[in-house]
Design a protein around this ligand. Structure first.
Ligand code: CO
Ligand code: CO
Ligand code: CO
Length: 317
């Protein structure tokens, strides 16, 4: 879609603070000097069998893009593709799981749209607000910043292992819990800190989203491979070949932007669903964030722009 969008004419509007040009998480539109709208939409096919959990994950994933911009979600609209002949009890579980998660975020479900289709797809369009001067874009990372990630990686690999019947129940549960976890707490832990850059780690994997921040900020993001944390079982399942197709696409698309390789590349490129926030902050603020947010950890640092927007350090092949 990026390719096609880039070919469309641009109608300039000074109130558009963040448009589609910088691969940011959400669009931001200034309403007044104190208030801007944050708007995003995300939907996908079921990634877990339990419809209630899938609904919650779809909601957490859609809300995440508002948090990643420093915004507060206010309203959500459901986007649904479901077969007319489908099981209505299953649908109710799905919608209920989503609605409960939207409510947990302090956000109001105000409507939605559904179409009749064989393959189920579900998600939300979420609208929030942010102060126009406090938008966390991809573009502000500075040399010397520390990179913090707020969730462990591996949801793609574990989802694939579950589909192939390879995953242990406890590992599947841990991945599901991670995807259900709202990024609200992480965003609140960042409130009051000087956040230079922020995005959530989703379909393009850690390195794909690091690439976007590196390019938008005109710096190189150095990822410390030894410091990256993985969900329980993720490294083992990746070694057993439970690698989703999206990982290879990411490697093809992003690989040339990454200097260095590691033994855990399959996880660094692993497409995440409802992944954590990746933030660039000064050294002190990064330490405060890690202290405040239990699941957060330092994952690298921002260095002078090198040959490529992302560089791997440690555990090279
Ligand atoms: Co995003
Ligand atoms: Co998104
Ligand atoms: Co952002």
């Amino acid at each position: 879609m990026d390719h096609v969008l880039s070919r469309l004419p641009r109608w300039r509007d000074d109130n558009v603070l963040v448009g589609f040009e910088t691969s940011d998480d959400a669009g931001v539109y200034k309403l007044t000097e104190e208030c801007a709208l944050v708007q995003t939409v995300d939907f996908f096919t079921p990634i877990v069998d339990d419809p209630h959990a899938f609904g919650g994950i779809a909601a957490a994933n859609a809300l995440s893009d508002v948090y990643a911009m420093g915004g507060r979600p206010l309203t959500a609209m459901a986007v649904l593709a479901y077969p007319a002949s489908g099981d209505l009890e299953v649908l109710e579980k799905l919608m209920r799981g989503g609605a409960e998660k939207i409510h947990e975020a302090g956000c109001s479900l105000v409507g939605g749209h559904s179409i009749n289709e064989e393959d189920v797809k579900f998600g939300y369009s979420v609208t929030g607000t942010v102060h126009p001067g406090k938008v966390w874009t991809n573009a502000g990372a500075r040399v010397g910043d520390v990179l913090v990630l707020t969730k462990a990686l591996g949801t793609g690999v574990i989802g694939t292992a579950v589909k192939r019947g390879m995953a242990e129940e406890a590992d599947a549960r841990a991945a599901e819990e991670s995807m259900l976890q709202l990024n609200k707490g992480a965003a609140e832990a960042m409130a009051g800190l000087e956040v230079h850059g922020c995005t959530d780690v989703t379909g393009f994997g850690l390195l794909g989203h690091a690439r976007e921040m590196g390019l938008a900020s005109g710096v190189t993001l150095e990822i410390d491979v030894e410091a990256v944390r993985f969900l329980p079982g993720a490294e083992r399942y990746a070694a057993m070949g439970a690698v989703p197709g999206g990982t290879r696409n990411n490697q093809e698309f992003i690989g040339e932007c990454v200097e260095g390789r590691s033994a855990v590349d399959d996880l660094l490129y692993d497409p995440q669903t409802s992944g954590g926030l990746l933030a660039a902050l000064g050294k002190h603020d990064a330490a405060v964030l890690v202290e405040r947010c239990g699941s957060a950890f330092v994952v690298g640092s921002v260095v002078e722009k090198g040959r490529r927007p992302v560089r791997l350090e440690g555990r090279k092949r």
